[in-house]
Design a protein around this ligand. Structure first.
Ligand SMILES: [Zn+2]
Length: 264
Protein backbone atom coordinates (compact mmCIF):
# COMPACT_ATOMS: atom_id res chain seq x y z
CA UNK A 1 0.00 0.00 0.00
CA UNK A 2 1.52 3.37 -0.91
CA UNK A 3 1.94 5.99 1.77
CA UNK A 4 -0.72 8.71 1.73
CA UNK A 5 0.63 12.23 1.37
CA UNK A 6 0.45 14.57 4.35
CA UNK A 7 -2.04 17.40 3.72
CA UNK A 8 0.61 20.11 3.68
CA UNK A 9 2.44 18.59 0.74
CA UNK A 10 2.09 20.57 -2.47
CA UNK A 11 2.86 18.20 -5.33
CA UNK A 12 3.26 21.00 -7.87
CA UNK A 13 6.57 22.09 -6.34
CA UNK A 14 9.73 21.19 -8.31
CA UNK A 15 11.42 17.94 -7.29
CA UNK A 16 14.78 17.43 -5.70
CA UNK A 17 16.15 13.88 -5.90
CA UNK A 18 18.09 11.90 -3.33
CA UNK A 19 19.26 9.04 -5.56
CA UNK A 20 21.01 6.09 -3.97
CA UNK A 21 23.47 3.48 -5.15
CA UNK A 22 24.01 1.40 -2.02
CA UNK A 23 25.48 3.76 0.60
CA UNK A 24 26.27 6.47 -1.98
CA UNK A 25 24.24 9.49 -3.08
CA UNK A 26 24.35 11.13 -6.51
CA UNK A 27 25.55 14.74 -6.47
CA UNK A 28 25.89 17.06 -9.45
CA UNK A 29 28.38 19.83 -8.69
CA UNK A 30 27.84 19.20 -4.94
CA UNK A 31 24.05 19.54 -5.31
CA UNK A 32 21.20 17.03 -5.36
CA UNK A 33 19.75 16.51 -8.86
CA UNK A 34 16.55 18.46 -9.61
CA UNK A 35 14.54 18.60 -12.86
CA UNK A 36 17.24 16.79 -14.88
CA UNK A 37 16.44 13.55 -13.02
CA UNK A 38 12.64 13.73 -13.41
CA UNK A 39 12.76 11.52 -16.52
CA UNK A 40 15.53 9.14 -15.50
CA UNK A 41 14.69 5.43 -14.93
CA UNK A 42 14.02 5.30 -11.17
CA UNK A 43 12.74 2.62 -8.80
CA UNK A 44 11.38 2.79 -5.23
CA UNK A 45 10.38 6.45 -5.43
CA UNK A 46 9.38 7.85 -2.08
CA UNK A 47 8.40 11.39 -1.11
CA UNK A 48 10.59 12.19 1.89
CA UNK A 49 10.32 15.82 2.84
CA UNK A 50 9.60 19.34 1.70
CA UNK A 51 12.60 21.64 1.73
CA UNK A 52 13.26 25.12 0.40
CA UNK A 53 10.43 25.17 -2.15
CA UNK A 54 11.20 21.64 -3.38
CA UNK A 55 9.68 18.24 -2.73
CA UNK A 56 12.50 15.88 -1.79
CA UNK A 57 12.16 12.36 -3.18
CA UNK A 58 14.40 9.37 -2.64
CA UNK A 59 14.77 6.68 -5.31
CA UNK A 60 17.17 4.12 -6.73
CA UNK A 61 18.57 4.95 -10.16
CA UNK A 62 18.41 2.08 -12.64
CA UNK A 63 21.61 1.89 -14.66
CA UNK A 64 24.55 4.29 -14.77
CA UNK A 65 24.23 7.95 -13.75
CA UNK A 66 23.95 10.24 -16.84
CA UNK A 67 25.84 13.00 -15.00
CA UNK A 68 27.23 13.68 -11.54
CA UNK A 69 29.22 11.68 -9.04
CA UNK A 70 28.24 8.90 -6.62
CA UNK A 71 29.32 10.30 -3.26
CA UNK A 72 29.50 8.45 0.10
CA UNK A 73 26.67 9.63 2.36
CA UNK A 74 28.97 11.23 4.93
CA UNK A 75 30.83 13.22 2.27
CA UNK A 76 27.52 14.19 0.65
CA UNK A 77 26.22 15.59 3.96
CA UNK A 78 29.40 17.65 4.24
CA UNK A 79 29.15 18.94 0.67
CA UNK A 80 25.45 19.86 0.64
CA UNK A 81 24.07 23.18 1.92
CA UNK A 82 23.21 22.85 5.66
CA UNK A 83 19.47 23.32 5.02
CA UNK A 84 19.45 20.17 2.85
CA UNK A 85 21.26 17.77 5.17
CA UNK A 86 18.30 16.90 7.46
CA UNK A 87 16.20 15.80 4.44
CA UNK A 88 19.00 13.63 3.11
CA UNK A 89 19.55 12.10 6.57
CA UNK A 90 15.81 11.32 6.68
CA UNK A 91 15.87 9.82 3.17
CA UNK A 92 18.81 7.56 4.04
CA UNK A 93 17.19 6.31 7.24
CA UNK A 94 13.78 5.65 5.66
CA UNK A 95 15.47 3.82 2.80
CA UNK A 96 17.44 1.71 5.27
CA UNK A 97 14.17 0.82 7.04
CA UNK A 98 12.48 -0.13 3.76
CA UNK A 99 15.41 -2.38 2.82
CA UNK A 100 15.70 -4.14 6.18
CA UNK A 101 11.97 -4.55 6.92
CA UNK A 102 10.40 -6.40 4.05
CA UNK A 103 9.42 -9.48 6.07
CA UNK A 104 8.17 -10.10 9.59
CA UNK A 105 10.92 -11.07 12.04
CA UNK A 106 8.47 -13.33 13.92
CA UNK A 107 6.73 -15.28 11.15
CA UNK A 108 8.50 -14.24 7.91
CA UNK A 109 5.31 -12.99 6.20
CA UNK A 110 5.72 -10.02 3.82
CA UNK A 111 4.98 -6.76 5.70
CA UNK A 112 2.43 -4.16 4.59
CA UNK A 113 3.08 -0.42 4.73
CA UNK A 114 0.85 1.72 6.95
CA UNK A 115 -1.08 4.29 4.96
CA UNK A 116 -0.86 7.02 7.61
CA UNK A 117 2.75 6.81 8.85
CA UNK A 118 6.12 5.16 8.15
CA UNK A 119 5.25 2.02 10.12
CA UNK A 120 4.71 -1.48 8.75
CA UNK A 121 2.48 -4.28 9.96
CA UNK A 122 2.57 -8.04 9.62
CA UNK A 123 -0.81 -9.17 8.21
CA UNK A 124 -0.34 -12.67 9.69
CA UNK A 125 0.68 -12.07 13.32
CA UNK A 126 -0.02 -8.33 13.74
CA UNK A 127 3.53 -7.39 14.74
CA UNK A 128 4.28 -3.68 14.15
CA UNK A 129 7.55 -2.23 12.89
CA UNK A 130 8.74 1.38 12.85
CA UNK A 131 11.95 2.98 11.59
CA UNK A 132 14.57 2.44 14.26
CA UNK A 133 16.13 5.37 16.11
CA UNK A 134 19.08 4.88 18.45
CA UNK A 135 19.39 7.70 21.00
CA UNK A 136 22.92 8.60 21.97
CA UNK A 137 24.18 11.29 24.29
CA UNK A 138 27.14 13.61 23.97
CA UNK A 139 28.49 15.66 26.84
CA UNK A 140 30.92 18.57 27.19
CA UNK A 141 32.23 18.39 30.76
CA UNK A 142 33.53 21.75 32.03
CA UNK A 143 35.69 22.80 34.98
CA UNK A 144 36.21 26.55 35.34
CA UNK A 145 37.24 27.68 31.86
CA UNK A 146 38.35 24.21 30.77
CA UNK A 147 36.53 21.54 28.78
CA UNK A 148 37.19 17.80 28.97
CA UNK A 149 37.90 16.52 25.46
CA UNK A 150 38.91 13.03 24.41
CA UNK A 151 39.84 11.11 21.32
CA UNK A 152 38.79 7.63 20.33
CA UNK A 153 41.16 5.46 18.25
CA UNK A 154 39.01 5.84 15.10
CA UNK A 155 39.11 9.69 15.05
CA UNK A 156 41.09 11.57 12.42
CA UNK A 157 44.65 12.26 13.65
CA UNK A 158 44.81 15.11 16.19
CA UNK A 159 41.02 15.49 16.59
CA UNK A 160 39.49 15.64 20.07
CA UNK A 161 35.78 15.67 20.86
CA UNK A 162 33.18 15.62 23.62
CA UNK A 163 32.35 12.26 25.25
CA UNK A 164 29.57 10.23 23.63
CA UNK A 165 27.76 6.93 23.92
CA UNK A 166 24.53 5.09 23.15
CA UNK A 167 21.66 5.01 25.61
CA UNK A 168 21.08 1.52 27.01
CA UNK A 169 17.68 -0.16 27.43
CA UNK A 170 15.93 1.04 30.58
CA UNK A 171 18.26 4.02 30.99
CA UNK A 172 17.38 7.73 31.02
CA UNK A 173 19.49 10.21 29.08
CA UNK A 174 20.75 11.67 32.36
CA UNK A 175 21.79 8.24 33.62
CA UNK A 176 23.55 7.63 30.33
CA UNK A 177 25.54 10.89 30.67
CA UNK A 178 26.69 9.90 34.19
CA UNK A 179 27.51 6.31 33.19
CA UNK A 180 29.39 7.11 29.98
CA UNK A 181 31.41 9.87 31.66
CA UNK A 182 32.34 7.51 34.49
CA UNK A 183 33.17 4.63 32.10
CA UNK A 184 35.09 6.58 29.48
CA UNK A 185 37.19 8.88 31.68
CA UNK A 186 36.44 7.97 35.34
CA UNK A 187 34.99 11.41 36.11
CA UNK A 188 31.81 12.34 38.03
CA UNK A 189 29.55 15.20 36.82
CA UNK A 190 26.59 17.28 38.02
CA UNK A 191 24.31 20.09 36.76
CA UNK A 192 23.44 18.56 33.39
CA UNK A 193 22.00 20.98 30.83
CA UNK A 194 20.48 19.95 27.51
CA UNK A 195 21.91 21.92 24.56
CA UNK A 196 20.72 20.54 21.21
CA UNK A 197 20.15 17.40 19.15
CA UNK A 198 20.94 16.08 15.70
CA UNK A 199 19.78 13.20 13.53
CA UNK A 200 22.82 11.23 12.40
CA UNK A 201 22.09 8.56 9.77
CA UNK A 202 24.98 6.15 10.51
CA UNK A 203 22.81 4.20 10.54
CA UNK A 204 20.04 5.70 12.73
CA UNK A 205 21.37 7.71 15.67
CA UNK A 206 19.68 10.61 17.37
CA UNK A 207 22.43 12.55 19.14
CA UNK A 208 21.40 14.56 22.24
CA UNK A 209 24.03 17.01 23.46
CA UNK A 210 24.54 18.20 27.06
CA UNK A 211 26.91 20.23 29.14
CA UNK A 212 27.84 18.96 32.61
CA UNK A 213 29.89 20.42 35.43
CA UNK A 214 32.89 18.47 36.73
CA UNK A 215 32.16 17.05 40.18
CA UNK A 216 35.21 14.91 40.96
CA UNK A 217 37.66 12.22 39.92
CA UNK A 218 40.93 12.08 37.96
CA UNK A 219 40.86 11.36 34.25
CA UNK A 220 41.42 7.65 33.54
CA UNK A 221 40.85 6.88 29.83
CA UNK A 222 38.91 3.66 29.22
CA UNK A 223 41.23 1.16 27.48
CA UNK A 224 40.21 0.46 23.88
CA UNK A 225 37.60 3.25 23.83
CA UNK A 226 39.54 6.40 24.70
CA UNK A 227 43.06 6.88 23.38
CA UNK A 228 43.69 10.14 25.20
CA UNK A 229 41.68 12.66 27.22
CA UNK A 230 42.45 15.92 28.96
CA UNK A 231 41.30 19.33 30.15
CA UNK A 232 41.60 22.07 27.52
CA UNK A 233 41.30 25.79 28.22
CA UNK A 234 38.62 27.42 26.04
CA UNK A 235 41.31 29.64 24.47
CA UNK A 236 43.57 26.70 23.58
CA UNK A 237 41.40 23.94 22.13
CA UNK A 238 42.88 21.12 20.05
CA UNK A 239 41.43 20.22 16.64
CA UNK A 240 37.70 19.49 17.03
CA UNK A 241 35.25 17.63 14.70
CA UNK A 242 33.91 19.20 11.50
CA UNK A 243 31.17 21.83 11.49
CA UNK A 244 28.61 19.31 10.22
CA UNK A 245 28.70 17.42 13.53
CA UNK A 246 26.74 18.07 16.69
CA UNK A 247 30.07 17.75 18.55
CA UNK A 248 31.37 20.90 16.83
CA UNK A 249 28.27 22.89 17.81
CA UNK A 250 28.28 21.54 21.37
CA UNK A 251 31.94 22.46 21.91
CA UNK A 252 31.50 25.94 20.35
CA UNK A 253 28.36 26.50 22.44
CA UNK A 254 30.19 25.48 25.63
CA UNK A 255 33.17 27.73 24.87
CA UNK A 256 30.88 30.74 24.28
CA UNK A 257 28.76 29.94 27.31
CA UNK A 258 31.78 29.65 29.65
CA UNK A 259 33.33 32.80 28.19
CA UNK A 260 30.11 34.70 28.95
CA UNK A 261 30.13 33.48 32.55
CA UNK A 262 27.47 30.73 32.11
CA UNK A 263 24.32 32.86 31.64
CA UNK A 264 21.05 31.04 32.48
ZN1 LIG B 1 4.38 -11.83 11.50
Amino acid sequence: MPLELPEHFNLSLPRRWCLFDGPRVLLINDQLPTAEADDWPLANRQLVDQQGGHNLYSADLIGPAPVGEWTPLRAALTALPPEQTAGVARAAQLRQFQHTHRYCGHCASPLTQHAHDQGKRCPSCGQLYYPRLSPAMMVAVYRGEEILLARSPHFMPGVYSALAGFVEPGETLEECVHRETREEVGVEVRNLRYVRSQSWPFPHSLMLAFTAEYAGGDIRPQPGEIEDAGWYHIDALPLIPAQLSVAYHLIRHTVDWLRQGKPA
